[in-house]
Design a protein around this ligand. Structure first.
Ligand SMILES: CC(C)(COP(=O)(O)OP(=O)(O)OC[C@H]1O[C@@H](n2cnc3c(N)ncnc32)[C@H](O)[C@@H]1O)[C@@H](O)C(=O)NCCC(=O)NCCS
Ligand SMILES: Nc1ncnc2c1ncn2[C@@H]1O[C@H](COP(=O)(O)OP(=O)(O)OP(=O)(O)O)[C@@H](O)[C@H]1O
Length: 185
């Protein structure tokens, strides 16, 4: 059985996946896979340069995250065009990995839900998410809000998921994961 852990930026997917890893689960991380593929695939680099401009990469072939982030946040159309280049390769890479667990922030937007049998949604209140993102990424509240608003609303992600893990800073995450694993396997 394949299982995805999803939820919007700052909900704590990586935090929850840390618990899974400590329990011996191997989790495929879509964010790092996307960045690996954007670094190693020359045809993808070419398409991204054509879409965003030469500034998307330095001369050494390093992705300029600030340039890509600005492009992505500028419009839903920009995001969709970048996603159309990157996501099919990530989907194929996940399938080739044979891994059972996947962590992905934009599971439904990228239609990665078709790759898994069950979806777990990590949720957290808006204010807490904002504070976590501002602290982790060193960005302003407005920029953190922009990231949240460019993604599917939490209520919709939750409605389309099979399980919820509440990561509100109070609920016991370890206990919820133990219950999740019991009901899954
Ligand atoms: C924008 C980039 C440069 C930011 O890199 P950075 O190392 O700072 O952050 P990281 O990759 O860990 O992403 C952090 C979070 O940003 C959000 N995010 C990233 N890409 C997207 C996207 N295309 N749409 C919406 N949110 C996104 C997610 O919540 C993600 O978990 C990078 O995320 C990127 O190149 N994104 C485009 C590729 C992509 O869609 N990746 C997502 C996984 S398939
Ligand atoms: N329950 C918690 N207790 C303490 N810190 C937490 C908790 N949950 C998350 N955090 C912290 O909040 C920040 C955001 O969490 P995390 O990186 O797991 O979010 P995410 O959902 O994976 O976000 P992204 O979509 O950007 O990958 C991190 O610095 C993380 O360590």
């Amino acid at each position: 059985m394949k299982v995805a852990v999803t939820g919007g930026i700052g909900c704590g997917k990586s935090y929850v996946c840390g618990f899974l890893r400590r329990r011996g689960m191997d989790v495929y991380d879509c964010d790092s896979a996307a960045k690996r593929l954007m670094r190693t695939s020359l045809s993808m680099q070419d398409s991204i340069r054509k879409l965003i401009g030469a500034a998307a990469y330095t001369d050494d072939g390093i992705l300029d995250k600030a340039v890509v982030s600005r492009f992505l946040l500028a419009s839903p159309d920009n995001a969709a065009r970048l996603n159309a280049i990157v996501h099919p390769a990530v989907a194929a890479d996940f399938e080739a990995s044979g891994m059972q667990w996947m962590e992905c922030a934009i599971l439904f937007t990228s239609s990665f839900d078709r790759l898994v049998d069950r979806v777990v949604c990590v949720t957290a209140p808006l204010e807490l998410r904002l504070n976590r993102i501002m602290e982790r990424d060193g960005i302003s509240r407005d920029r953190a809000l922009e990231w949240i608003e460019c993604q599917m609303p939490q209520e919709e992600v939750l409605r389309r998921s099979d399980f919820e893990i509440v990561n509100d800073g109070t609920a016991d995450v370890d206990m919820q994961i133990a219950r999740l694993l019991e009901s899954l396997f």
